[in-house]
Design a protein around this ligand. Structure first.
Ligand SMILES: *[C@@H]1O[C@H](CO)[C@@H](O)[C@H](O)[C@H]1NC(C)=O
Length: 103
């Protein structure tokens, strides 16, 4: 039992040391690769507000978030480009819509 416990502690310590070093450098590597390739990639976003429970993004845009009137915090995104507020009697629904702007 004692051996089991100390082996576990050793394993945990090793996991902490390794876990601290490796993901960090992997993270940096991925970041530098991404920034090399996507430095010029930009997001173009618009805000659409509608006086119903639905708000549609313009063609080519994807909904990234929604806001609802009447302090309603329950919403979902339908077909990736339509914001839907789930509360009854919604007075307005807003969608934040973004698309990639290629250089
Ligand atoms: C506003 O809602 C109406 C009714 O659902 C819909 O027909 C219209 O396309 C919506 N407009 C926008 C900009 O989402």
């Amino acid at each position: 039992m004692k051996f089991y416990v100390s082996a576990l502690v050793l394993l945990l310590a090793a996991a902490l040391v390794i876990g601290h070093d490796v993901p960090c450098s992997v993270d940096e590597t991925i970041k530098s690769i991404l920034s090399q390739h996507y430095a010029k990639l930009e997001l173009e976003c618009v805000f659409v507000k509608n006086a119903t429970a639905y708000s549609n993004c313009p063609e080519g845009y994807t909904a990234t978030g929604c806001s609802c009137g009447s302090a309603c915090g329950s919403w979902d995104i339908q077909s990736s480009n339509v914001c839907h507020c789930q509360c009854a009697n919604m007075d307005w629904t807003a969608a934040r819509c973004c698309r990639m702007k290629l250089p």
